[in-house]
Design a protein around this ligand. Sequence first.
Ligand code: ZN
Length: 245
Amino acid sequence: MPYAIISDIHANLEALDVVLADIAARQPDAVVCLGDFVGYGPDPVACVERVRSQLRAAVLGNHDVAALEARDTVAAKFNPFAYEAVVWTRRQLTDPVRRYLEGLPLRATLDTALCVHGSVRDPIEEYIFDVATARASFDAAPFALCLVGHTHVPAVFTQAGEAVVGEPLLPGQSLRLQSDRRYIINVGSVGQPRDGDPRAAYLWLDTAEQIATLVRLEYPISQTQQKVLAAGLPAMLAERLAVGR
Ligand code: ZN
């Protein structure tokens, strides 16, 4: 089955619309979102309303939790820009959007793949940037494939026997999944890429062919930047979109 996996939309409606149009043209069997619908960006409500009916499954991200919590627990660990954005986001959320986010689970499955926002060990807050952290997630559950977001950096961690290696996942490069290996794939970010490529990212996963391909798409960044500034959000959150950092 062909699936589209999106993550870290971060209230960026222009990026989301480009991604959803590309996905609709390719007609996958299902679309899944790995969390962080909101935070940083200027369109939290519109993004949730746009995408929710299109998702077979979704999980909760740390920015979603931060936007919902009444007292700062997750948000207390945010940098000042992210914190300012979460305070702003809390004021925007409508009751239906709040209820939708509150109903999201920490883990979901797609076929046999495990879906989490951060890591298997800590679905909300842990970042899998290195082999040691990836190994902890491989040890935490018996999955063959785990799909994650959270770092905004597309990557693949492969376990073969005792060895775990990590590599960047580059656009257009097809990753053939082998049955004697285990994988953690980071699908990148729709709305705030941080790998130096400002284009929106999502993963195309064909479970029949066992092939995963990262898709990158240009979107009208300046439109989102103008909205960030008009909303009174920190200018840094507009600037970083153009450089993908
Ligand atoms: Zn995120």
